[in-house]
Design a protein around this ligand. Structure first.
Ligand code: PMP
Length: 445
């Protein structure tokens, strides 16, 4: 069949056009930090981790074995019929790594978007108020509620209105969103962003109508920007003062990505609702929200659920992933590899040819963004950024791919995102960085 000999043409013909992708080649397999394509080239180093999912690498033997074993014990244990063991085992495993003991009530679902939907429902039920304040630049998914809260770019929602009402927007403390210079200090940008939030509560959505504030502690698709700890602390104060709930979306930045189990631990700020997915089950579809029992008790029995919610195989894979995180000291690896990554990027940034094109290197752990700036205006560049400037990041990503490395950009600005496996070896990190360095030099030349 055409699939045996390739599959790209078949895919272009029969896979819905709404999905975008980096390449039309077909992935055959994945192992550790590598994926194999059907393009004759074979192995590629994967610095995308399937968009921040396979933190322990592709097909980690312990995770795959746990899932395989579970397949012969119980695949589907409908949570609306009874508890099932993998679900309870997973909660037992996660409780000690939660950012705070108060986060002790769990609801599992399949995708990040669904977990965001669950969070919306929970905060509305608990507070009896309709509105949610989300960050300009934030990404929360593509289902209807999650899409209404997504403010990273319009492609996700264009032409499908009306969206869920009751969403108000305040800028994420990222210089693009604030309209300030890239060199503005964290303190200043936090102060200005908190001021904007106070204005939203005075001018757009009264606290009495507002259920919650939603934020990614590290902005993901919107540019890979950590929220300054002072900003998160300010959010907590404003939420407490106005009796609003605080939701942290750690779908992308959670589960060790930043070198701590949860990114919010860096600020010490505890959310009322924590949203988890992606790295949780290392590739199996599993997401969830974690909150306080006092909050989840506001929901009536039967109001939450879903046929596949908290699937037994996915839960078993997640439990095994949490075990691997501990046994293989993965958080330690993140901090060591992160230091190597930042050191290499600092060196690259010093090169005279490169330095005028790198605006910013930022991030935490293995969630690192490199923001480029285009030197000149160009109108007919196929990689043009929305502001019409040639998008160096998209060109660099393409060049890396030609050299055997998959690496992603982020949404709107010229940002390359580093989101490699959390257990990547020193040799593979060095190999990826060497390809990236060559690609940058070639593209900016
Ligand atoms: N929140 C964040 C921060 C995300 O990065 C994503 C996915 N990129 C989502 C929510 C949505 O998750 P999913 O794609 O699993 O629906």
């Amino acid at each position: 069949s055409t699939i045996a000999t390739g599959g790209s043409d078949f895919g272009r013909k029969h896979v819905a056009r709404g999905i975008g992708r980096l390449t039309d080649h077909v992935i055959q397999s994945g192992k550790g930090s590598y994926i194999t394509l059907n393009d004759g080239r074979g192995e590629y180093l994967d610095f995308t981790s399937g968009i921040g999912v396979t933190g322990l690498g592709h097909c980690h033997p312990k995770v795959s074995q746990a899932a395989a074993d579970q397949c012969f014990t119980l695949v589907h244990g409908q949570v609306s019929i009874a508890f099932h063991k993998p679900y309870l085992n997973l909660i037992e495993r996660l409780l000690p790594v939660m950012p705070h003991p108060s986060l002790d009530s769990f609801f599992f679902w399949n995708s990040g978007s669904e977990a965001i939907e669950a969070a919306i429902k929970l905060v509305r039920t608990k507070t009896g108020r309709p509105n949610i304040i989300t960050m300009q630049g934030g990404y929360h998914g593509r289902t209807f509620g999650a899409m209404a809260l997504t403010r990273s770019k319009t492609v996700y929602s264009q032409g499908v209105a009306p969206l869920m009402p009751g969403v108000f927007t305040t800028p994420f403390p990222y210089w693009h969103q604030m309209g300030v210079s890239p060199t503005t200090s964290e303190e200043e940008i936090s102060r200005q962003a908190l001021y904007q939030l106070e204005l939203v509560l005075l001018q757009q959505s009264a606290p009495a109508d507002t259920a919650a504030i939603l934020i990614e502690p590290v902005l993901g698709e919107g540019g890979y920007v950590p929220a300054p700890p002072a900003f998160l602390r300010g959010l907590r104060e404003i939420a407490d003062k106005n009796k609003l709930l605080l939701i942290f979306d750690e779908v992308q930045c959670g589960f060790g990505r930043t070198g701590k189990y949860f990114a919010s631990e860096y600020s010490g700020v505890v959310p009322d609702v924590l949203v988890i997915a992606k790295g949780l089950a290392n590739g199996f579809p599993l997401s969830g929200i974690v909150s306080r029992k006092e909050i989840t008790d506001s929901q009536s029995s039967g109001s939450m659920g879903g046929t596949y919610a908290g699937n037994a195989v996915a839960c078993a894979a997640a439990t095994a992933s949490a075990e691997v995180m501990q046994e293989e000291k993965v958080l330690h690896n993140v901090s060591v590899r992160s230091a190597e990554l930042f050191a290499a990027l600092d060196e690259l940034r010093k090169e005279p040819e490169v330095s005028p094109h790198i605006l910013d290197v930022r991030g935490v752990g293995l969630m690192v963004g490199v923001e480029f700036s285009s030197p000149s205006q160009s109108t007919n560049d196929p990689f043009a950024a929305p502001n019409g400037l040639p998008n160096l990041a998209a060109r660099i990503s393409k060049r890396c791919q030609e050299k055997g490395l998959f690496i992603l950009t982020t949404s709107l600005y010229q940002v390359i995102r580093f989101v490699p496996p959390l257990n990547i070896t020193q040799a593979d990190m060095a190999k990826g960085l060497s390809i990236f360095r060559e690609a940058v030099r070639e593209v900016v030349r």
